[in-house]
Design a protein around this ligand. Structure first.
Ligand code: MG
Length: 312
């Protein structure tokens, strides 16, 4: 099938998730609406063999492509607006697989009110498929990663670990929670957990500070316990190092009483918001920028978390 015919198919598969030009596909560029607040831009791919394999249904692969990006918008306290998708296709990808992939993407786009407004297709040899989605969004008050200071609280939504057993694809991007947190003055910084708490939390700490965790407060997912039984690593290690949790990690102001925030959260969400530790001055070079077990004073999984570009 030629490129034009395939693009016509994709347009049909996306249906109402793809508006007509000039707002959507069919012109040289899509014309986007003016953002409310600050415009946000993020990009994330799904790559065969890295983010999915033959065990993941194509619908879930298409949804995961958008949800990975939605999680980044959530982490800024933003709303998604529109997206473009770029495909790299080898000849062995069937039309049926692609239709199901785009169907999953469409359902997800309609669920999260994101319009697919353009894209591109390139051919490649060999057995491979990758899709890259660039997502445009907006935020009234974008919440960045930096700003943690000694005394602040570390909080996390949901539960962590064992994502390979299903959550890596079945997760719900925390858009409502991100918007809610961004509207609270207690929230100083935020990010989404993609590479594991052990790695991601350190990205929020400048080199003079550390995070002292109460490890009994870390919300460990049942899947982390299941993984622990399979491989003998502790459930805590799975919770801190597996990655692909897609929960929100946030820094809350240590100078204010958090009781009103925690009460309001419980009224609005069934999802848990757990206080797992405090930001502190680093006592030594070993502590600097790391997570420390507050009970033992030892660094927790200092090299843990998903390492990109490291092979398997
Ligand atoms: Mg992120």
């Amino acid at each position: 099938m030629g490129e034009r015919a395939l693009i016509r198919c994709i347009n049909g598969w996306l249906g109402t998730a793809s508006p007509p030009p000039p707002a959507g596909m069919g012109d040289d560029c899509a014309v986007l609406p003016q953002p409310h607040g600050s415009p946000l831009l993020t990009v994330d791919p799904v790559v065969y063999g890295r983010h999915f394999d033959d065990s993941l249904p194509p619908e879930q692969t298409g949804a995961k492509l958008l949800k990975r990006n939605l999680s980044d918008i959530a982490a800024m306290g933003g709303r998604p607006v529109s997206a473009v998708v770029s495909l790299i296709l080898s000849p062995n990808v069937s039309l049926n697989w692609l239709e199901r992939f785009f169907n999953g993407l469409k359902v997800c786009a309609l669920t999260y009110k994101t319009q697919i407004v353009g894209g591109d297709i390139s051919a490649t040899d060999g057995r491979s498929f990758s899709a890259t989605l660039t997502l445009y969004g907006e935020a009234e008050r974008p919440v960045v990663r930096h700003g943690a200071a000694p005394g602040d609280h570390v909080a996390v939504t949901g539960s962590l670990g064992g994502s390979l057993l299903g959550k890596h694809a079945a997760f719900v991007p925390r858009l409502n929670e991100g918007l809610w947190l961004a509207a609270r003055p207690e929230v100083k910084a935020m990010m989404d957990l993609t590479d594991g708490l052990a790695k991601d939390l350190t990205a929020m700490l400048h080199p003079d500070i550390c995070a002292r965790l109460d490890i009994s407060s870390v919300p460990i997912d049942a899947a982390a316990h299941a993984r622990s039984e399979q491989d003998g690593l502790s459930a805590l290690e799975h919770a801190c190092c597996d990655g692909e949790d897609y929960e929100l990690l946030t820094i809350l102001d240590g100078q204010t009483d958090l009781a009103p925030l925690m009460e309001a959260w419980k009224k609005d969400f069934e999802l848990s918001l757990s206080l797992i530790g405090r930001v502190a001055e680093a006592d030594s070079i070993d502590d600097a920028g790391h997570m420390i077990d507050d009970a033992t004073d030892k660094p927790l999984f200092p090299n843990g978390g998903y390492q990109h570009l490291s092979g398997q």
